[in-house]
Write a protein that binds this ligand. Structure first.
Ligand code: AMP
Length: 357
């Protein structure tokens, strides 16, 4: 199939920083980005004048949006399934609704990972207080109770350290009795991820495995590539490729892993989009993840994924912005700001990519 012609328009659901960096990468390849979302201001809206300000369930607005874009993608995974389905009847939605659905439900996501030959944490579905007692008796403590849907950055989850009925009742009440899963605690050496792209022609290219360091459940640093045994790296990259192929990905997805001290890798979760842990590619890799996303969804050939130099990506969270002058003055450092006005504790304001090799 021929790639979208120069001047074609990519529709983006969501107006945050991932959409902004998508638009910035689309421009040199000759494409424009049309933003869709309820916000009247935001990182993406500062870099494109094509926009629809509307709710995700506004069918009239979605139909008009579908008429003026050539392909639709998204920059957050909680896009309502009905929105993706409505749009995909009118215009290609990449990645497709199947991956989107799967990545919105931790139980389905884990079953999918296992069906691709990957290990996960041991887990059980939990729908009632009794299920929780039963699951804790099976999986033990510590373990992690997570809502099946709408969890992110540590929200919608509770670590269980005691199997006492009162502790279980408190955890169950805290998650408000919605459908959950209980996961056995993985005693990992570090957390890691692979961002993988698959083009319209079926070509699949994983970016190398990277190591992720979290603070308060929010990604703080990514070390790229991961400093591990090459066999561990290949193992994780093979899993990401298998998942991309099985789901017939067109676009970019991220697979998050726990890596155990003996090199066992377990899939934690998926994101059907570019990922914070892939930001290092903007300065440390032959193709950046956003350019790869553009290439994949427009039908261009994927770009090379060779590492140019080892890189540490550090998120600028909240007040970290105060150190900006130092980073800007540092020749080893590239600064990427998202244009967010209000500084709040833990809010992702930007990131820096520091060359380390
Ligand atoms: P998640 O929202 O699933 O990515 O979880 C947020 C963070 O909680 C992860 O990045 C881990 O640091 C920790 N975590 C989640 N699940 C587990 C688990 N099963 N075992 C150990 N740590 C976990």
């Amino acid at each position: 199939m021929a790639p979208l012609p120069t001047g074609a328009v990519i529709g983006c659901l969501g107006t945050g920083q991932l959409g902004r960096m998508l638009a910035l990468a689309a421009a040199p390849l000759g494409y424009r980005v049309h933003a869709f979302g309820p916000a009247t201001a935001g990182p993406l809206l500062q870099v494109t004048d094509l926009r629809t300000v509307a709710a995700y369930n506004d069918q009239e607005a979605l139909a008009a949006f579908a008429d003026v874009v050539d392909v639709v993608t998204y920059e957050f995974e909680n896009v309502p399934a009905s929105t993706a389905a409505f749009l995909s009847e009118r215009v290609p939605v990449r990645p497709g609704p199947r991956l989107l659905d799967m990545s919105q439900d931790r139980l389905v996501e884990k079953r999918f990972a296992q069906s691709c030959g990957a290990r996960t944490a041991p887990y059980m579905g939990v729908y009632t207080r009794d299920d929780l007692r039963h699951a804790v008796a099976e999986l033990g403590v510590p373990s992690v109770l997570k809502t099946r849907r709408f969890g992110y950055d540590g929200k919608g989850q509770v670590v269980l350290r005691s199997a006492d009925p009162e502790a279980l009742d408190a955890a169950w009440a805290r998650l408000r009795g919605v459908p959950c899963i209980l996961e056995g605690f993985v005693d990992f050496a570090f957390e890691a991820s692979v961002v993988v792209a698959r083009g319209l022609d079926g070509d699949v290219r994983p970016f190398p495995l990277v190591e992720n360091v979290h603070r308060n459940h929010i990604l703080w640093q990514t070390h790229a590539p991961a400093r591990v045994d090459p066999e561990v790296r290949r193992r994780a990259e093979r899993i990401a490729v298998a998942m991309a192929e099985t789901v017939e990905l067109v676009g970019v997805m991220a697979v998050e892993f726990f890596v155990e001290p003996d090199g066992t890798v377990r899939v934690n979760e998926l994101a059907p989009r570019t990922h914070n842990s892939g930001h290092w590619t903007q300065d440390g890799c032959a193709t950046c993840q956003f350019a790869q996303q553009v290439r994949a969804i427009t039908g261009l050939p994927l770009g090379p994924v060779d590492v140019l130099h080892p890189t540490v990506m550090t998120n600028l969270l909240g007040d970290d912005l105060a150190d900006l002058p130092t980073h800007i003055a540092d020749p080893a450092c590239r600064v990427h700001l998202y244009g967010k006005g209000e500084v709040r504790a833990g809010r992702k304001m930007g990131h820096i990519n520091r060359r380390v090799g």
